[in-house]
Design a binder for this molecule. Structure first.
Ligand SMILES: [Mg+2]
Length: 107
């Protein structure tokens, strides 16, 4: 499905349930992703949920849900604005990585 089709669906969702509900849905999906990440961590780092193969599927599902909600929120806030902030954040992370590498080399 291309972006134009996705945007059409987001607009239809907004028309049916309203803008506030779209923000509420994003909050709910992010909460579900938090739970999914935590369960994934408990499976792989604490040995819980052995034999439960739905943990990975659930994580993928919640990542997809949040990705969809973020694309929707991005369209409300403005893609260009988000892109500019995103680039600045990436640059800041890259600078921090360089700093950390230099710190390690100094020791
Ligand atoms: Mg969900």
């Amino acid at each position: 499905m291309d972006k134009q089709e996705r945007m059409k669906i987001y607009k239809e969702a907004e028309d049916i349930w309203g803008l506030t509900a779209q923000y509420d849905q994003a909050i709910e999906e992010m909460g579900e992703l938090i739970v999914a990440i935590n369960k994934y961590k408990r499976k792989y780092f604490a040995g819980e949920y052995k034999g439960n193969n739905s943990i990975e599927e659930n994580l993928a599902e919640e990542i997809a849900d949040v990705k969809m909600c973020l694309e929707q929120l991005e369209s409300y806030v403005g893609e260009e604005k988000i892109s500019m902030v995103f680039e600045k954040k990436l640059e800041k992370l890259a600078n921090l990585i360089e700093f950390m590498k230099e710190e390690r080399n100094d020791k």
